[in-house]
Design a protein around this ligand. Structure first.
Ligand code: URA
Length: 265
């Protein structure tokens, strides 16, 4: 492969590597993995993940059938018969299943490419999202866009949703009863979307999706199996805004996530 690269392609690759390193923010510096094309270090994001590196720590049922089973109690609710995300959004836009229905401005359903193999899951809408009805549109959202771009995803390439669809007052953590009321919606969205990869942003997203009581540190770096869908957990962009030193770890996670995406073929 190395000897087949034309000088122009090699220069393009080199530029690409540098761009990816700089797009993600000032704290990140590019750390090459030992994969080179001639003198060019390939973007690690394009490195297929060695099979031996794939750690399946938690297996939740066999594939999406397990998710369908979890939705069985809701089978008579109208939104359950939605055959598309757009229809489902119309069905639940005035949901009042939990107390947050009374205090929110707009329900934040989710946004993005409905054919995407990638689902990104955050915690809950903040003030900007509540105002606009779209996930990750505030400062954290701007950083999320940069994080995605750093590994060559446009925001519009992926689908983005949250554990909760309504804003908790003062951005407090979601309460268990709020998660219990709202998470079936996310499960149904997953069935409609059928992503191949899920990226959870932060501990709240990771622990609620996986139903485990782990620290973010323990979850990071693992590849979980969520009903047959590979799931990774990384830092929430809001945490990175507060702790810029963590960006380096996030960059490592995102490279691994991109490699998983490349490995899908
Ligand atoms: N934080 C989240 O977890 N989700 C959003 O949509 C915005 C901020």
């Amino acid at each position: 492969m190395a000897t087949e690269q034309t000088p122009n392609l090699a220069a393009d690759l080199e530029r690409f590597v540098k761009e990816q390193a700089s797009r993600f923010g000032d704290v990140i510096s590019y750390v090459p993995v030992p994969l080179t094309v001639g003198s060019i270090v390939l973007p690690p994001a394009h490195t297929p993940l060695p099979v031996g590196d794939r750690k399946t720590a938690v297996v939740l049922d066999e594939g999406l059938a397990g998710l369908e089973a979890k939705l069985a109690p809701y089978k008579d609710e109208k939104w359950m018969s939605a055959t598309s995300l757009d229809i489902m959004q119309q069905e639940i836009h005035d949901c009042q299943k939990c107390a947050l229905g009374a205090t929110r401005n707009k329900l934040v359903f989710g946004v993005g490419n409905q054919q995407s193999k990638v689902l990104v899951i955050g915690e809950a809408p903040g003030a900007d999202e509540d105002e606009q009805g779209e996930p990750f549109v505030g400062r954290a959202g701007q950083l999320l866009n940069k994080m995605l771009a750093a590994v060559n995803f446009e925001r519009s390439d992926v689908y983005i949703a949250n554990i909760l669809k309504s804003r908790p007052p003062n951005n407090r953590d979601p309460k268990p009863e709020e998660v219990a009321a709202c998470e079936p919606y996310l499960w149904k969205q997953i069935l409609l979307l059928q992503p191949k990869l899920i990226l959870c942003l932060g501990r709240v997203a990771g622990t609620n999706m996986l139903k485990i009581n782990e620290s973010l540190g323990k979850m990071r770096g693992q590849i979980y199996d969520f009903h047959g869908i590979q799931l990774m957990v990384t830092y929430h962009p809001a945490a990175l805004l507060r702790n810029p030193d963590w960006k380096h770890g996030a960059w490592e996670d995102l490279k691994k996530f991109r490699a998983m995406f490349e490995a899908l073929g």
